[in-house]
Write a protein of this length. Structure first.
Length: 222
């Protein structure tokens, strides 16, 4: 077996620095998805909280550049820098990780200035989890028939929505949603059944859940 194929069959390996609610959630979820996860925080109580849920959890100073070398991060598939309280620690961890050659580094930022610095030194993705969750919840609150809203980027999302008024009894072909609304129907839920290749000639029913994907502006109009 080639090295490439061996690599494909290995578990993906991630390290998560910072075990607040955001970091801990990512660490545990990655582990549940079958990855090997090293979780690090300076607070021993936080380390203990995830110790039995990840591959390895340790207490350490995230701002210490030697930490990443000791973790062997060049073998990682990705690093999550989930500590935003200390900009210095966040920036140092990101800088060292990219210098070593970690292929993907995702960082939590506390504000736009912090985010700009992280991007400038090589962060592959910068997130504002509290802000993004707030927007998602707000969108759910203002749309009574909206089941869920998942942001794919700042411009595009996937939503689950009950059959809009005026759509029941019509087919996807008749509605021509791509041309008329600028969106795509990625699937339809009816009870416990999910159809990811919906029949364009089948009339829609009230109570169906449609999975729509498209630009936020187009989705918000619906």
């Amino acid at each position: 077996m080639s090295i490439t194929k061996e690599r494909e069959h290995m578990k993906k390996q991630f390290a998560v620095l910072g075990l607040g609610s955001f970091g801990a959630s990512i660490a545990v979820t990655l582990q549940q998805l079958g990855c090997d996860v090293v979780a690090v925080d300076h607070d021993m109580e936080r380390v203990d909280d995830v110790a039995d849920k990840v591959t390895y959890a340790m207490q350490a100073d995230i701002g210490n550049p030697e930490l990443l070398y000791s973790l062997g991060v060049r073998n990682l598939d990705g690093l999550v820098v989930a500590v935003a309280e200390s900009m210095e620690a966040s920036v140092m961890a990101t800088l060292v990780a990219k210098e070593i050659g970690v292929p993907y580094v995702l960082c939590k930022a506390r504000d736009s200035r912090h985010a700009a610095v992280l991007r400038k030194i090589g962060a592959d993705s910068v997130v504002f989890p509290e802000e993004e969750m707030g927007k998602r919840i707000a969108k759910n609150l203002v749309s009574a028939n909206l089941a869920d809203w998942i942001a794919l980027s700042s411009d595009f999302s996937v939503v689950e929505i009950s059959t809009p008024a005026g759509w029941a009894g019509k087919t996807l072909k008749e509605l021509n949603v791509r041309k008329s609304f600028g969106i795509n129907v990625a699937g339809i839920k009816e009870g416990d059944q999910v159809d990811i290749t919906p029949d364009p000639d089948k009339p829609l029913k009230e109570g169906m859940i449609l999975m729509l994907i498209g630009a936020n502006e187009a989705l918000e109009k619906i």
